[in-house]
Design a protein around this ligand. Structure first.
Ligand code: F6P
Length: 357
């Protein structure tokens, strides 16, 4: 018999609840273990007493299609540099380790992106926590795994947005710009751009020039196509090389605004009528796509099986339609950007999509 914890950390996305369901089905349904769902990532373990929900098969029954995470999550409050009221920071890692011990957990499944997983691993090393990791991020930038939870659904949402923008762009002869998420990586932009038939795709991995983008729009006009669909990843820099960012109330920088910058510049340079759609958190919400549910289910089952085999400090990954476990350290050491020589970039070029270079 084992008692395991599960937590979701970092930004939410579609597919998290499907992972939770799979973990509970495997751990409780197959092995008759107990599963405690830790509330709000590591914050739940910091509370006194620690905050959790005891999960059983019935409770997770309807979670396959539900967006978000029933456990709650946060991407604030790194426990090693936890923000204090006076503006300083303090190390609260030992409180989390104490919370894990207080709950008598044999192992912990942590679902997160590279930032969260690095923190969880550090906690695990420091406190002897038996950690198994599941990669999650719409940005799809966690190393080694071909897919992380959340990405596939985000791509389908961005693709659907392009499908819709097509018609309105054509009706008004406009240049429509869709700004998508991705933090530092262009995976969502390049994937949705190809799938959604964009004319121009701008990603941070390939520097663009406005001259090239404007030339491309003009050429298309000369060939009789009077509208243009542009997908731009939020982390693309403006022409002077600066990121377009705003600062939130925690003083953290948030990307966003490159779409409007491009719209203004293109309008100014070639007189095209431009409109911007910022897709934002719509990409993270809602029902997971079928492939997302499949991967979430496979990752959930595989993570529990790793614990059954007492293989810790491992992350499940998706490689060639198989779940393969790798060391967490290896995965987080290998950031995964879009490969400028890879298949998707070659495909986009082969389709004569302008990448701005
Ligand atoms: O990492 C996921 C992500 O959605 C990024 O694509 C985006 O830059 C960021 O999180 C937004 O964070 P927040 O939800 O805190 O605004």
């Amino acid at each position: 018999h084992k008692r395991i914890g599960i937590l979701t950390s970092g930004g939410d996305c579609a597919g998290l609840n499907a992972v939770i369901r799979a973990v509970v089905n495997r751990a409780v349904g197959t092995y008759s273990w107990e599963v405690l769902g830790i509330r709000q990532a590591t914050l739940g373990l910091m509370q006194q007493p620690p905050k959790y929900i005891a999960l059983d098969v019935e409770k997770v029954n309807s979670l396959l299609t539900a967006g978000g995470t029933v456990l709650g999550t946060t991407n604030k409050g790194n426990p090693f540099a936890y923000p204090m009221a006076d503006g300083g920071v303090c190390d609260r890692s030992e409180e989390i380790i104490a919370g894990y011990r207080q709950l008598n957990l044999d192992a912990l499944i942590g679902i997160g992106g590279d930032g969260s997983l690095a923190i969880l691993r550090r906690l695990a090393q420091q406190g002897g926590i038996n950690l198994v990791a599941i990669p999650k991020t719409i940005d799809n930038d966690v190393g080694v795994t071909e897919l992380s939870i959340g990405f596939e659904t985000a791509v389908s949402i961005a693709t659907e947005a392009l499908d819709r923008l097509h018609f309105t762009a054509a009706s008004h002869n406009r240049v429509m710009i869709l700004e998508v998420m991705g933090r530092d990586a262009g995976h969502i932009a390049i994937s949705a751009g190809i799938a959604g038939g964009a004319d121009v795709i701008l990603i941070p991995e390939i520097p663009y020039t406005l001259d090239q983008v404007c030339r491309n729009i003009k050429e298309r006009q000369e060939q009789g196509k009077n509208y243009c669909l542009i997908v731009v990843s939020e982390a693309v820099r403006n022409e002077t090389g600066d990121s377009v960012v705003s600062t939130d109330r925690f003083g953290e920088c948030r990307y966003g605004g490159i779409g409007q910058y491009l719209a203004d510049e293109i309008c100014h340079r070639i007189g095209a009528e431009t409109r911007v759609t910022v897709l934002g958190h719509i990409q993270r919400g809602g029902t997971p796509s079928p492939l997302e549910r499949l991967i979430a289910s496979a990752f959930g089952v595989a993570a529990v099986d790793l614990i059954a085999e007492q293989k810790y400090d491992q992350m499940v990954t998706w490689q060639n339609r198989q779940v393969v476990s790798v060391s967490i350290a290896d995965a987080i050491a290998q950031y995964r950007a879009v490969d400028p020589q890879g298949t998707l970039v070659k495909t986009a070029r082969g389709l004569n999509i302008c990448l701005g270079d």
